[in-house]
Design a protein around this ligand. Structure first.
Ligand code: SF4
Length: 217
């Protein structure tokens, strides 16, 4: 088995990558580095969900931030990472592509730095399972960042396994968030939910109107 550092964004998104990497002969250790997750309470509940599941399936989890008790010293503390995220990512606001690229870059750079310090040779990310992420951008950033740190990037397209991940995480009763992580994604997801609700209302009203016309005709 080849040890591999797996940057993970949350528990549900880790299910399929861990299973798939194990099948390939890798032995994943999860690296947690997500200063993008807002609020702090949301960050903690996602981390707790991940830790409980990882304990269940026997996957080690290491928090990348300095001072988290994991022994990683090459990265910043969580408070410093949050500040760095605000400076590098938040100014992109609702320009989603630029914002997410900057967010991947900052998280994967931290994860690669930590993986390198911990002696890993291979790295991957669970961001590659979600159809809501920018897969090509994320893979390109992983490739570039890993190689710059002397690591082998293991880029896989796990998106076809997303429905299975959704099913299994529900069956396990895992906490499942309804937005990616940052406050911008929370607002975007809320707007999309409202739009879908409005659309359903319009369709229902149209069906009623059509039925009324038929009845009168
Ligand atoms: S939507 Fe997700 S990936 Fe994009 S900036 Fe927000 S937290 Fe980061």
């Amino acid at each position: 088995m080849t040890p591999l550092a797996l940057h993970a964004c949350c528990g549900p998104c880790s299910l399929m990558p861990v299973a798939s990497l194990r099948e390939e002969g890798f032995e994943p250790t999860i690296l947690w580095d997500n200063p993008n997750i807002q609020s702090a309470a949301e960050h903690d509940v996602r981390l707790e969900t991940l830790l409980a599941w990882a304990d269940d399936v026997d996957v080690p989890v290491i928090r990348c931030e300095r001072g988290a008790g994991s022994g990683v010293s090459s990265t910043a503390t969580l408070a410093e990472q949050r500040l760095a995220w605000e400076r590098a990512v938040a100014p992109h606001g609702f320009e989603r592509v630029a914002r997410c690229r900057a967010c991947y870059a900052i998280r994967l750079a931290n994860a690669c730095k930590a993986a390198s310090e911990l002696g890993f040779t291979h790295i991957s990310t669970t961001l590659a399972v979600s159809p809501y992420q920018l897969f090509d951008d994320c893979s390109a950033i992983l490739e570039r960042t890993a190689r710059a740190c002397g690591l082998v990037p293991v880029t896989r397209d796990w998106r076809p396994l997303y429905p299975q991940a959704t099913r299994e995480s529900r069956e396990r009763g895992m906490y499942r968030q309804n937005y990616c992580g940052c406050r911008f994604s929370a607002a975007e997801a809320a707007i999309e939910r409202h739009e879908r609700r409005d659309e359903r209302k319009r369709e229902k009203a149209a069906r009623r109107a059509a039925a009324g016309v038929v009845a009168q005709g």
